[in-house]
Design a protein around this ligand. Structure first.
Ligand SMILES: Cc1ncc(COP(=O)(O)O)c(C=O)c1O
Length: 408
């Protein structure tokens, strides 16, 4: 019998966050090397603790989580989410518009399957977090990447978006705050994006998983609140704000005038039922977590880890030749640019592999986010400030070595 092949659609699916470099890192770890993993946004792996509010809710409610629940999610959890999103200014939603999933990751896959037909196009930001491009491809749809402009603090290029709209364009994905750039969009920019969607009859998918992790007192605006008339799907979850990535806790909320998304809601109900329900243990913690803003906020102010870690990284970058970065305004990702000519870098994977082998630091190459040039990479700024400072200096040392090799 011939070797069994995977389905063709899988040829298109890849994640460079846990891709070739990651597997090389695992090999090195097996050989006894210690690798600093700056590839995944997984705060608990760097000593961030789960908030007490979450622990208490989980322990107190365990018995309630034994049975399957409503396939859309537990009632009190959906009510809490509805309250949270209403608090963000989203109007006329009820718990029936909320679907709790095993992370935003599962919500994204389910939404792509319910919304997209083969050949449909979805506009997605470039650089793009691969969850959404993979989700579209699994549904047979086509991710069409629009430029986010580094010169404009990584804001979306509206002209580029307009140019890429075709009769097959079905949705516009906005990731705000953004991964991997850390950008937070202001109200005016969002209103302009929403207006494009309005003029071209597009669904807005708004991934707002980092909305509670905004730094520098910048306000965060939910797209659905700014455009109550439009069909908007708002995605959010507790993985990062409450340090429970492993719990797999995310949701989506459907909104829009005249119940415009009722067909999608019906399809989501059927798809949710197919997998019976999401993990109930994680749902137990949603009401308590959404009430507990303090533990998240403590990370974001001077003295808080996310604030201090960003400062450590930016300080080293500012004195390292050949590397620049637009400071992130939220979350803990940075997407620095390298002066690849001076370092003789032609391939960002090769750069990542060299850094891994020589300095034992694992990053994600920019092309892994669909970025068209070889001159960017992403790091997560989750280790403690001193460790991050040393890591950035090690990256600087490695770049110096490349520069010297290049000059020979
Ligand atoms: C922009 C964005 N959306 C969604 C997710 C998925 O989060 P989860 O599946 O843990 O809810 C992530 C994870 O890093 C992300 O960065």
């Amino acid at each position: 019998m011939d070797k069994i092949q995977s389905a063709e659609r899988m040829d298109l699916i890849h994640s460079d966050i846990r891709g070739k470099l990651y597997h090389e890192a695992l090999k090195l770890e097996q050989q006894g090397e210690k690798i600093l993993r700056l590839n995944t946004g997984n705060p608990a792996a760097f000593g961030f603790g789960m908030p007490e509010s979450v622990r208490e809710a989980l322990l107190a409610g365990m018995d309630r989580a034994v049975a399957y629940c409503d396939s859309r999610g537990m009632k009190d959890a959906r009510e809490a989410i509805c309250g949270y999103e209403t608090g963000k200014g989203i109007r006329d939603i009820t718990p029936d518009d909320v679907f709790i999933c095993n992370g935003v990751s599962e919500a994204a896959q389910m939404l792509c399957l319910t919304m997209l037909d083969p050949g449909d196009e979805v506009l997605m930001p470039c650089p793009c977090y691969s969850l959404w491009s993979n989700g579209a491809r699994l549904a047979g749809a086509v991710p069409v990447l629009y430029t986010c402009d580094e010169q404009q603090d990584w804001y979306p290029d509206e002209k580029d978006i307009e140019q890429k709209i075709t009769p097959r364009t079905r949705a516009l994905l906005i990731i705000n705050p953004n991964n991997p750039t850390g950008a937070v969009y202001d109200k005016e920019a969002l209103l302009r994006l929403l207006d494009i969607a309005r003029r071209h009859h597009l669904i807005i998918i708004s991934d707002e998983i980092y909305d509670r992790l905004v730094l520098d007192d910048i306000p965060h605006y939910s797209c659905a609140a700014l455009a109550p008339d439009l069909p908007v799907i708002t995605c959010n979850g507790l993985s990062k704000s409450h340090i429970i990535c492993g719990f797999r806790c995310g949701w989506c909320v459907l909104s829009g005038k005249d119940d415009i998304l009722s067909d999608i809601r019906d399809a989501m109900e059927r798809l949710s039922s197919m997998r019976l329900c999401g993990n109930t243990l994680t749902q137990l913690v949603i009401p308590a977590a959404l009430k507990d803003e303090a533990s998240t906020k403590a990370m974001l102010v001077p003295g808080g880890r996310l604030w201090e870690q960003r400062r450590a990284v930016m300080e080293v970058i500012s004195r390292t030749e050949g590397i620049t970065a637009v400071e992130n305004r939220a979350a803990f990702y940075l997407f620095p640019k390298l002066d690849i000519k001076s370092f003789g870098i032609e391939d960002d994977h090769a750069f990542g592999l060299g850094l891994l082998r020589e300095k034992h630091i694992l990053i994600v190459p920019g092309t892994g986010f669909g970025y068209p040039q070889q001159d960017h990479f992403r790091i997560v700024m989750l280790p403690e400030p001193d460790q991050l400072r040393t890591a950035m200096e090690d990256i600087g040392d490695y770049l110096n070595t490349l520069r010297e090799r290049n000059m020979k």
